[in-house]
Design a protein around this ligand. Structure first.
Ligand code: AMP
Length: 210
């Protein structure tokens, strides 16, 4: 069983790495951001509640996010493990998670603030499959995975990015100490090229997978 949490500021590459590690280890990838965005697209009650917070770059209230994660972790595909991407983001979320499951490891993908603003403001996201690209690497207007149109997420615009980083520093960074105190933290240098970050994560987890 490998129950993983991916930590790191917005733009650190959590989503990119979670997709790859998920494919490599055969674990479901659970992104609360993706779940909330699809709830907004579908116009559900949760989506309606979440939208105003997300558009401003603020956190969706704990009880809303904890509810959707609890429901998701109860599904049979999570029985052998999972990768949580973007959850927990607050200490109360981490405590609620500890009540329902045992986390094996928290992977912290660390990147300096200046690099994050550049990464996020150039990021383009697929409206259908969630795949992300960067304007410095890919000039196309359509998703290279599914062909749907690529857009800039509303919360990837400069003012909102700054707020998301402030929210991260205040609410989410304390989770590094939280998992460190539990002896579960694995730190990875997220400023390296994508393949190297991936290799570092797999290398760090292999020892813990047995
Ligand atoms: P992400 O795709 O992980 O960058 O998340 C996008 C936005 O969704 C965040 O800025 C929050 O508004 C919201 N969100 C995602 N996960 C959480 C969470 N665990 N707690 C609160 N809000 C969240």
């Amino acid at each position: 069983m490998l129950n993983l949490v991916f930590l790191g500021p917005p733009g650190a590459g959590k989503g990119t790495q979670a997709v790859r590690v998920s494919a490599q280890l055969g674990l479901p990838h659970i992104s609360t951001g993706d779940m909330l965005r699809s709830a907004i697209r579908e116009g559900t009650e949760i989506g309606l509640k979440a939208k105003q917070f997300m558009d401003a770059g603020n956190l969706v209230p704990d009880e809303v996010v904890i509810g959707i994660v609890r429901e998701r972790l109860a599904k049979p595909d999570c029985a052998a493990g999972y990768i949580l991407d973007g959850f927990p983001r607050t200490i109360p979320q981490a405590e609620a998670l500890d009540m329902v499951t045992e986390i094996t490891a928290a992977v912290n993908i660390a990147v300096a603030d200046e690099a994050l603003v550049t990464r996020l403001s150039g990021r383009r996201s697929c409206t259908k499959c969630g795949h992300t690209t960067h304007v410095s690497m890919y000039a196309g207007e359509n998703c290279p995975v599914c062909g749907e149109v690529l857009v800039q997420r509303d919360d990837d615009k400069p003012d909102t990015i700054r707020n998301r980083l402030a929210v991260y520093n205040k609410n989410t960074q304390p989770l590094i100490d939280y998992y460190q105190a539990q002896g579960k933290l694995t730190a990875v240098d997220g400023s390296q090229p994508v393949d190297e970050v991936f290799g570092a994560i797999i290398g760090a987890l292999t020892g813990q997978a047995s």
